[in-house]
Design a protein around this ligand. Structure first.
Ligand code: AMP
Ligand code: ZN
Ligand code: ZN
Length: 498
């Protein structure tokens, strides 16, 4: 598979160099908790969203993006940038327990910013490699690759000892406009421009939790985000961007998110201590989804009691549905519990549930699906795509930026239909067929050269034979190929003379 990509990317690079095409730029923004239907919701409520409209009319809008199970912030952001399901990259929840370390962690704490939690369950070859690393590790040909990452979960943690070229220690109070200003500066730097930018912002997740997904406050936040996109477009348009075109025309923009949001209420709370002695197990995660590890000898009892609680889905690790892709990792513990949509889980009644919205539910639920928009020279224009999968975004970015993807769970074939001038899309080919055509053409070329050579040798042999024959008959001084032909036929005629 990698050979296919190598051939394709080498050709793309050569084309780019010889045709003097400017190298591709990509900016991906995640608006945390942006549910797939928020834009339509806001418009139905009479809100004006010119900048979202612009992306949709000039670019691509997917019906929705299906996020990975479980639908929480850290795991899904990591799936976007690694192309891996949670069981593969090992960030299986915002808070988790590792039986090999004998330790639990909350990823937003200083301990959560240590490398071992981000690539600790796999080896370098099969383990996660965030796109900002893939970009900087890719061979440089016509341009220097640099990544600039503003607060994307995982970017403030070293990976194999490295950070992206630009990154910031997380500070949730940094205004979105400040983040945008830095991002545009990084792209437009004359000395060291970035070619890949990733930007994270906490809204509309924060408002969704505090006011609920159907609140008027959410609508106001969507308008604020639209204004911020307008601000970004204006800033990009101000810059020539080290090339012939303005940054606004050059940058490929993806706007996406990590999960949706469902309404919750104080009336729909599962209090575990009402049903079971909660000292018999450890539970790691946050409502509405937890990994549960019963004490030794209590496995059957704990499973049995939990599975009889209403509005709670309970799975033995080995029975977790395959389409969750959430099983094969040591941090996924013996039992997984997930509340029914709209329900919350607390250990005991002292925990108060003051939220009006939450996520973490089954990733097949409509309310858990998130937004995917894209606009720029790499994307089709005014195109509505069927649903996309979160693990395919990594392959998509690799393709746009001419990079060989690291090991991952995604498939370019499932997402390449949103690309505009994609060579394969253009000729209705896929990577494999394209490679066979190249291989076949190369073989044909080699075969052609070899047959020509063989032909020439044949002629030379004929020439020598004739010359020898003529010399034997006392004729000398004949050197040209054309004459050699004549001599050949002459000599064959002579052969017929007894
Ligand atoms: P949740 O809604 O529980 O899945 O988590 C969302 C919260 O994660 C946001 O409100 C952020 O404050 C927090 N968060 C996002 N990125 C980071 C980060 N890099 N470091 C620490 N906390 C973060
Ligand atoms: Zn989130
Ligand atoms: Zn959240």
């Amino acid at each position: 598979m990698k050979l296919h990509y190598l051939i394709y990317f080498t050709l793309a690079h050569l084309l780019q160099i010889y045709a003097h095409i400017e190298y591709p730029l990509l900016l991906m923004i995640s608006f945390d908790g942006f549910r797939h239907d928020y834009i339509e919701m806001a418009k139905r409520a009479g809100k004006h969203l010119p900048n979202f409209d612009r992306i949709i009319s000039e670019g691509v809008k997917a019906d929705y993006m299906k996020d990975a199970m479980i639908t929480k912030t850290f795991p899904n952001h990591y799936s976007i940038v690694t192309g891996m399901y949670e069981e593969s990259h090992g960030v299986v929840h915002n808070a988790m327990y590792d039986p090999v370390y004998g330790q639990s962690v909350e990823l937003w704490t200083p301990e959560g910013h240590t490398e071992k939690w981000w690539n600790g369950t796999t080896d370098r070859k099969t383990g996660p490699e965030p796109i900002w690393m893939t970009n900087e590790l890719a061979p440089e040909e016509s341009f220097t690759r640099r990544s600039g990452v503003y607060f994307w979960p995982g970017s403030d943690v070293p990976h194999y000892g490295q950070y992206p070229h630009h990154w910031k220690p997380y500070n949730k109070s940094t205004p979105l406009h400040t983040r945008i200003d830095s991002m545009v500066e990084w792209f437009s730097s004359e000395e060291k421009p970035i070619n890949l930018g990733l930007l994270y912002y906490e809204e509309p997740d924060r408002t969704g939790h505090h006011h609920g997904p159907d609140s008027p406050e959410i609508l106001d936040v969507i308008v604020e985000l639209d204004n911020a996109l307008g601000y970004l477009f204006n800033k990009l348009d101000e810059h020539p961007g080290n090339g012939h075109h303005r940054l606004g025309d050059r940058v490929n923009l993806i706007v996406t998110s990590d999960h949706g949001m469902a309404g919750v209420s104080e009336e729909r709370v599962i209090t575990l201590s009402k049903h079971i002695n909660t000292t018999q197990f450890g539970m790691f995660g946050s409502s509405p989804v937890f990994n549960v590890e019963p004490l030794p000898g209590k496995e059957d009892l704990v499973y049995e009691i939990l599975s009889n609680i209403s509005h709670l889905h309970v799975y033995h690790k080995e029975d977790i549905p395959d389409d969750f892709h959430y099983k094969n990792n040591r941090r996924i513990l013996k039992i997984l519990i997930v509340a029914e949509e709209g329900w919350s889980i607390v250990k005991d009644a002292t925990e108060n549930m003051t939220l009006y919205g939450n996520h973490g539910y089954n990733n097949s639920l409509d309310s858990m699906h998130s937004i995917f928009l894209a606009r720029g020279p790499a994307f089709r224009s005014g195109f509505r795509s069927p649903p996309l999968s979160i693990v395919d975004i990594y392959s998509l970015i690799c393709d746009i930026l001419y990079m060989v993807p690291h090991h991952n769970d995604g498939k370019l074939e499932r997402i390449q239909h949103i690309l505009a001038t994609h060579l394969f899309e253009h000729f209705k080919l896929n990577v494999t067929v394209f490679t066979y055509i190249i291989a076949f053409s190369l073989c044909a070329l080699v075969a052609g050269v070899l047959s020509c050579r063989a032909c020439c040798c044949q002629q030379k042999r004929g020439y020598r034979k004739s010359t020898l024959h003529i010399e034997m008959n006392g004729v000398h001084g004949i050197r040209t190929g054309a004459t050699s032909h004549l001599l050949q036929s002459d000599s064959s005629e002579e052969d017929e003379i007894p």
